[in-house]
Design a protein around this ligand. Sequence first.
Ligand code: SF4
Length: 327
Amino acid sequence: MTAPLVTARSLSKEFEVGGGGFLGLRRRAMLRAVDDVALAINAGETLGLVGESGCGKSTLGRLLLRLIEPTAGRITFDGTDITALRRMEMRAFRRSMQIIFQDPYGALNPRMTVEDIIAEPLLIHGARQGAETRRQVTQMLEKVGLPARALDRFPHEFSGGQRQRIGIARALVLHPRLIVCDEAVSALDVSVQAQIVNLLQDLQREMGLTYLFIAHDLSVVRHISDRVAVMYLGKVVEVADKQTIYGAPLHPYTRALIAAVPAQHPSQRSRGKRERIAGDIPSALNPPSGCRFHTRCPHVMPMCRESAPALVEPAPGHQVACHLISS
Ligand code: SF4
């Protein structure tokens, strides 16, 4: 079994909100976006991270890269606890951890040429402007399927898919080990999505990359992931390999999410009992007591309102947080 490249233990993140009309709040309040999460990402794998919008997926991705600071908990990268590293100490790890953003329009500086955009991380990390940097940038541009003549052009001259290729080249130019793909294909047309997903898979094989693939589209996650983690209101509620998550999920929330995915083949349409999720996701400012899913769960029991279920492992590699499984 492959060793974890990244692990999170008891990881939490609270944001102070309100006091200025934000979210309609006059008073300050604490929003716990990520709550006591334990997660491991194995070297060379793609871990899909799914859940409804606002469940804390993107916050968790940024925490793992230390783009934002955790309120509590520990993050280990390749055996080193990076949680308490100072800025300068963290610099060496920054090379190894990169992010690809959702919005290929907003993520690229419109006033910079493609060459400058891709070269910037190299220069930040000590490279000098010149022939060697240009060679590395050109090589990376070609790796993502764009011609060298694109170097002197500006982002607005490219399509959405091409801009995302530029964003990928920028993320990969330092030869990182971990990439957080934060809704990296969500803003693209379906046909372009497939091209970018295939490109990410090719680059993973070629460069030995590890991905955290954050998305709300479960079909895309199924295609690209080795394992899948499911989040609900800041908590990880189920983690397993892709076959188990899509074929035999145990958590009622995962079951409802999977049931909502359109079947790929007519023979799959009537298979199994459909579980639907009632209502909207509650506010993270005032999350339900006990199991956070209890206000929407079709199997809710009295104990679910009182105590939060722990993440247990009913089978090797399959973790679930639900009293139905642990009691
Ligand atoms: Fe439903 Fe209770 Fe399980 Fe939560 S703990 S998912 S409310 S059965």
